[in-house]
Design a binder for this molecule. Sequence first.
Ligand code: FES
Ligand code: FES
Length: 170
Amino acid sequence: MDVKAIVKLTVNGQDYRVDVEPRRTLVDAIRRDCGLTGTHIGCEHGVCGACTVIVDGDPVRACLMFAVQAEGKDIRTVEGLTADNELHPVQKAFMEHHGLQCGFCTPGFLMLAVAVLERDPDIGDDALIDILSSNLCRCTGYQNIVRAVRMAAADMRERSRCRDVPENKF
Ligand code: FES
Ligand code: FES
């Protein structure tokens, strides 16, 4: 028997009502049912990180979560990074520091980096490299990916410093 569940997913601030089998993974629901194909699927068993999205502020491998488990949570995908037609600092840094080659791993790295930097923009080099090593790049562009995330961290720190300076200070 074909058992299905109606699930409301909130992705990038928009609600999607999807009719899915309970075994449907979140990444399949995002791509096939919500039509957001920016999130990629690689290994499908939690190793490569290509499917990384942000769920309630945490980076999550969307191939290891069922869509039904994501109901009521705040899901963010690569499509939601650009605001007001402006690239996110992490996207800019990847572009400027050649953080991508074929681009297959890029959405997963971007979402991982955004989650990490939002949590700790002052993250040290060792911790950053350790976290980024959880995702795989088959083009092996790791050095530029790490460099891009470091640059994005500096940019995000600078932006938040400027926001914190009271206007009448000058
Ligand atoms: S596709 Fe999810 S970790 Fe590889
Ligand atoms: S840029 Fe090709 S897999 Fe990473």
